[in-house]
Design a protein around this ligand. Structure first.
Ligand code: PEP
Ligand code: MN
Length: 721
């Protein structure tokens, strides 16, 4: 017995020396980090050196009679820790340190989320982090949006359970940016009160997924009930709080250690590898250090042209970029359409990535960069030493095609905007370009475009945008007639109007439900009920619908029912609304403001495009001049001017411009003659009964006459309805 104790003392002594040496090694690592920071002499991750270390360690280990495999594993951990520590040293000069950052995560202390968060936060030079346990993933994002926390930390996928749909959904719907990631090796342990015996257990508690993952080990506990609770950490706490040694929990060893529980069995999951990837999200994007390997996550929807997905993916391959993940989720509002999430092994401001995004854009309806962040998970990080990672080689290999596209990216001012580059919080580093979302703060472009609306601006090489709405198109070969009442008044009225609109051969039904009235005493519209009635009327005649949305908070509700979202003239510069419709997955009909210039209209469209939505239809609807004979002055010259300046489709609203029924048809024909892509006109089954804009409402027979009168005009241009 004495011999055993003595030998153990020797081991303890060796361990102390190992730790002492490790601490010494870390000091040297930090000194190297400081040199790297001050001189920029070497990259943070030196793959070649790491590779050499790896072979030296394994060789020397084997010479000493150790397993090369285990020695290699130890080195990997040491290198990972070192790299992260250097990153912290590097970042310390860049971001404000010493402050507390609050981070929301699911569960309570001891939850895997909290442990992974602690691991990540030792790397990030943002001061001390304070975790705030929440009851749901949505609550984490709510806390972020409310300013209660600086970050939310959310699991996105698990090697056994797969993708976490709810988190994908939050990334798509909420205004968040991914700024970092972490990977956590989940090791489920069976925890009990001190002295508890496995054979005596009568109940095991845990999160249902954890119970599921430990099925084999738990079913061996005969007569032991399994009880689901909120989280693994909750299960551990309940065991610690109760006094029953016959109840155990499945949770992390760390949760048990904190609560004074004993590990009754370790590593009890059915599968050996059980890893969870977490994302750190914030309200503003961050730029990863150039010296770090980075990953960029992208969200997109496709425009459903032939081969769109293949073309979209080929854009990355062409520029030599590696896609590490492709995930598709159904798009709630449009059956059989999908949101695609892509992870690309590249920095957000990598020229190859910018060029890929520029190539990708024509194939998408919606494209948003969710964030660019240090790559801390995946094959390269897990499988072996850095030299086994293919990334640097892949990028080099791409040099030739990439160079051509990089030049193109420089010519293409849009390339800058496809990724919103953040300004760092503080520090001496030169400020990168600010976010593209705010047009007024757009950075100076390498080459100044004719319009500062970069995404909306036409370029010689760019095809015109065709906005598809179900089977209909605006901006394509066919002239698009959109018609319907000014306002949805009653079910009977809108159903009757829909019939007349269909008879006239229109491709879409319009109708206002949320009405922007000049007087607060006028009819204000039926609101969401009106949208429902319009949707019913559209369905009854097989036409998609368009309706106006007035407030950002109504966008989601209107987008659920309406095929197109209209932003009215009075809201053309409501930037919060433009951002919100930009984040939605519905096409947007954007009307020119009453006193807006063409450039201002393009910049308003830019807000929608910069928020990710590529489907914007512009609408000239008359502007305010000194002339009082008409409600507004229809600026028909805006049509060819816009068509020169933008690739977006342009339609005309003669109804609100004229204000008088007799003028609507001639102006509509003039709009077709001047080359508009379509029209939006007001028609009421009985104009004399209309609750708003009755003087300008066409009767059903007027609409029919307008429509047939378009044919010779369009035919003269080689076009048709
Ligand atoms: C409308 O189209 O219903 C409308 C109110 O138009 P505008 O915003 O152009 O005035
Ligand atoms: Mn109207």
């Amino acid at each position: 017995m004495k011999k055993l104790t003595e030998t153990r003392t020797t081991i303890d002594d060796i361990d102390r020396r190992i730790l002492g040496l490790l601490a010494e090694r870390m000091q040297a690592v930090q000194a190297v980090g400081a040199i790297k920071r001050d001189t920029g002499a070497a990259p943070l991750r030196d793959d070649e050196r790491e590779g050499r270390l790896y072979s030296a360690w394994t060789k020397e280990g084997e010479r000493l009679g150790l397993s090369g495999y285990f020695v290699g594993r130890i080195l990997r951990e040491v290198l990972d820790y070192s790299r992260r520590d250097q990153e912290r040293v590097l970042g310390a000069g860049r971001v404000a340190t010493g402050r507390n950052v609050r981070v929301a995560y699911l569960g309570e202390p001891g939850a895997y989320g909290e442990l992974a968060l602690a691991k990540l936060m030792t790397t990030r030079a943002t001061g001390t982090s304070v975790g705030k346990g929440m009851r749901s993933f949505a609550a984490c994002v709510d806390a972020l949006e409310a300013g209660d926390v600086e970050y939310a930390f959310l699991p996105i996928e698990n090697t056994i359970a797969g993708s976490i749909n709810e988190v994908y959904e939050l990334l798509a719907r909420r205004r968040v940016h991914i700024v970092d990631e972490e990977e956590w090796d989940v090791e489920h342990c069976l925890l009990g009160l001190p002295g508890a015996r496995v054979e005596a257990l009568t109940a095991v508690r845990s999160h249902p997924v954890a119970l599921q993952q430990c099925k084999r080990a738990l079913s061996a506990l005969v007569g032991c009930a399994q009880e689901s609770v909120e989280s693994t950490a909750t299960a551990a706490r309940l065991v610690a709080e109760g006094a029953d040694p016959c109840v155990a929990a499945v949770a992390s060893e760390e949760a048990g250690r904190r609560l004074g529980l004993e590990v009754l069995a370790r590593g009890i999951a059915d599968k050996e590898h059980n890893r969870t990837r977490f994302l750190l999200v914030a309200l503003e994007p961050e730029t990863p250090e150039r010296s770090l390997l980075a990953r960029t996550s992208i969200l997109l929807t496709l425009n459903h042209r032939h081969g769109a997905l293949a073309n979209a993916l080929a854009a990355f391959a062409r520029h030599g970029l590696n896609l590490s993940k492709l995930e598709s989720r159904p798009l709630g509002e449009s059956p059989w359409e999908y949101l695609f999430y892509l992870d690309v092994d590249a920095h957000g401001d990598d020229e190859a990535l910018l060029a890929s995004l520029a190539d990708l854009r024509p194939h998408t309806n919606h494209l948003r960069v969710l964030g660019s962040y240090p790559r801390r998970s995946g094959r390269g990080e897990l499988g072996g030493p850095a030299t086994h990672v293919a990334e640097p080689a892949t990028i080099e290999h791409a040099a030739e095609p990439h160079a051509a596209h990089a030049a193109e990216a420089e010519r293409d001012p849009r390339a800058i905007d496809v990724f919103s580059v953040p300004v760092p919080a503080a520090g001496p580093a030169p400020a990168p370009a600010p976010a593209a979302v705010c047009a007024s703060t757009l950075p100076a472009a390498p080459k100044k475009p004719a319009s500062s609306a970069r995404l909306a601006a036409s370029e010689p090489a760019r095809a015109r945008t065709i906005v598809r709405v179900g089977p209909m198109e605006v901006g394509g070969e066919r002239f698009a007639l959109i018609a319907g009442p000014c306002a949805v008044e009653t079910r009977a009225q809108v159903l009757e109007a829909a019939q007349a609109v269909r008879r006239a051969g229109a491709v879409m039904l319009r109708g206002g439900a949320y009405k922007p009235r000049s007087s607060p005493y006028s009819f204000q519209g039926l609101g969401q009920e009106g949208v429902r009635l319009l949707a019913e009327a559209g369905r009854s005649v097989g036409l998609p619908i368009v309706t106006e949305v007035l407030r950002p908070e109504d966008v989601a509700g209107v987008a659920e029912l309406s095929d197109v979202l209209q932003v009215g003239a009075r809201n053309m510069q409501n930037f919060a609304l433009l951002g919100e419709v930009g984040r939605s997955h519905r096409p947007v009909l954007l009307k020119r403001g009453l006193s807006a210039t063409i450039e201002e209209l393009l910049l308003a469209a830019e807000y929608v495009l910069a928020a990710g939505n590529a489907r914007v239809i512009l609408c000239e609807r008359g502007i305010r001049t000194f002339e009082t004979a008409t409600r507004a002055t229809l600026d028909l010259s805006a049509v060819p001017v816009l068509q020169q300046r933008t690739h977006l489709p342009v339609i005309v609203d003669p109804s609100h411009a004229a204000g008088l029924r007799e003028l609507v048809t001639p102006l509509a024909w003039a709009a077709a003659a001047v080359g508009a892509d379509g029209l939006i006109v007001e028609m009421h089954p009985r104009p004399e009964e209309a609750l708003c804009d009755k003087e300008q409402a066409l009767r059903p027979e007027d609409l029919l006459r307008l429509a047939t009168g378009l044919d010779p005009i369009l035919a003269a241009q080689g076009r048709r309805r």
